[in-house]
Design a protein around this ligand. Structure first.
Ligand SMILES: Nc1ncnc2c1ncn2[C@@H]1O[C@H](COP(=O)(O)OP(=O)(O)OP(=O)(O)O)[C@@H](O)[C@H]1O
Ligand SMILES: CC(=O)N[C@H]1[C@@H]2OC[C@@H](O2)[C@@H](O)[C@@H]1O[C@H](C)C(=O)O
Length: 356
């Protein structure tokens, strides 16, 4: 099948879209991909409904219309008609994630997107898992494992988006996956306040400062890091602790310290692996931040490389994953597993929307 995946990530930067040819087990071919950034106004609209408050229905309709534009742009880029695509995997945007209350909420109207694009849509990938007692995240590990079929293990694939998540793949194809802690969200929010830009571009601010080792140690003591997986996070779960720790610092020292927090969280995550990973592959926007990549190398003391080192596209990977998961959903294959979300047995998910 030719599937088109759409991901609006927790960092609020925009929508990633990608085409993948797959049977939901192996990946036959990667197709075109793109990212359409949100205008500041749309970003603020999304931010205003985080937590499930405010004008959720209105923002959901705007978000869905935005995704329809993204689909049109990707089809244009790939020189394809809508009829050529079998299914759209539509993640939507997470505005609330409380698996302990069996609630997770991704806004994005599947029926509207199917109508606007003329392509069948699968959305709502996380609810089934959460209702069955799983964490509802991360969902991408099964895709990481499909991609890594020929790579040497034990291998860790680290995604640094708004939140961080890691997939450990063992010699025997064993999986362990969970959220590590903050990805870029703390750094982004700090950069917005101190530079007016929502990203510490190239890690420039952090590279001009010094991380406070005591604060990093203090942050690393948070109970979440010692908690055994499965475990997952919402975008702002570390916000108040992190803010209080760096409140009095200069913009540069604060950025360096927050960057080190993210890397320490990853190092603490590695303590849960059944065996150490001999190689770390990094995807997500965090790999574009040299200060963060350097902090990771210091903390992990092994090779840390962007996923491009093995021929994957680290910006498109999550969108590709939702294309792959949509095909799995159509085929009734499981999306989540005891080793990824803690659900008691391998479980299917996703909601299908026909075009009419
Ligand atoms: N050139 C760059 N310099 C520094 N940071 C960057 C750069 N490019 C991207 N980033 C970081 O990557 C983030 C976006 O990453 P990504 O698109 O993987 O996140 P996401 O998909 O929204 O999140 P999630 O995986 O949590 O859902 C930006 O918010 C920024 O922090
Ligand atoms: C609830 C939710 O949207 N979680 C996201 C978020 O962003 C990264 C991390 O936290 C991960 O758990 C998940 O996304 C990826 C795509 C996943 O499910 O694998």
């Amino acid at each position: 099948m030719l599937a088109l995946g759409l991901m609006s990530g927790t960092s609020l930067d925009g929508v990633d879209a990608a085409l993948v040819s797959t049977d939901g087990v192996t990946v036959e071919r990667f197709g075109a991909a793109l990212t359409k950034p949100y205008e500041p106004a749309m970003r603020e609209r999304l931010r205003s409904v985080l937590g499930g408050v405010g004008p959720v229905a209105e923002v959901e309709a705007e978000l869905t219309a935005f995704h329809a534009q993204v689909v049109a742009e990707l089809l244009d880029k790939a020189d394809l008609d809508a009829q050529a695509v079998d299914v759209v995997g539509f993640h939507g945007h997470t505005i609330l994630h409380r698996p302990q209350c069996r609630r997770t909420w991704q806004i994005g109207d599947g029926e509207m997107l199917a109508r606007l694009t003329g392509i069948p849509v699968v959305n709502d990938f996380r609810s089934n898992d959460v209702l069955a007692g799983g964490q509802g995240a991360p969902l991408v590990p099964v895709y990481h494992r499909a991609l890594a079929a020929d790579l040497t293990r034990p291998l860790a694939v680290l995604n640094l988006g708004g939140v961080g998540n890691v997939t450990w793949i063992g010699d025997d194809d064993g999986l362990l996956a969970f959220d590590t802690g903050p990805g870029n969200a703390l750094i982004d929010d700090w950069a917005l306040v101190h530079t007016g830009r929502p990203v510490d571009e190239g890690g420039a601010l952090a590279r001009g400062g010094h991380a406070d080792g005591d604060k990093v140690d203090q942050f690393g003591q948070h109970a979440f890091f010692g908690q055994k997986p499965p475990k997952s996070l919402d975008r702002d779960d570390f916000q108040s602790l992190a803010r209080s720790l760096v409140a009095d610092m200069t913009p540069a020292d604060g950025a360096a310290t927050l960057t080190a927090f993210t890397a320490r969280a990853v190092a603490r995550a590695a303590e849960h692996f059944p065996q150490p990973a001999t190689r770390w592959l990094v995807c997500g926007g965090g790999r574009h931040n040299p200060a963060l990549m350097a902090a990771l190398a210091v903390e992990l003391k092994v090779a840390v490389e962007p996923v491009e080192a093995v021929g994957w596209d680290g910006d498109a990977l999550e969108a590709q994953a939702f294309a792959y998961l949509a095909v799995r959903s159509l085929r009734g294959l499981p999306l989540t597993f005891p080793e990824t979300t803690g659900v008691t047995r391998p479980l299917g998910g996703g909601r299908f929307h026909a075009t009419s």
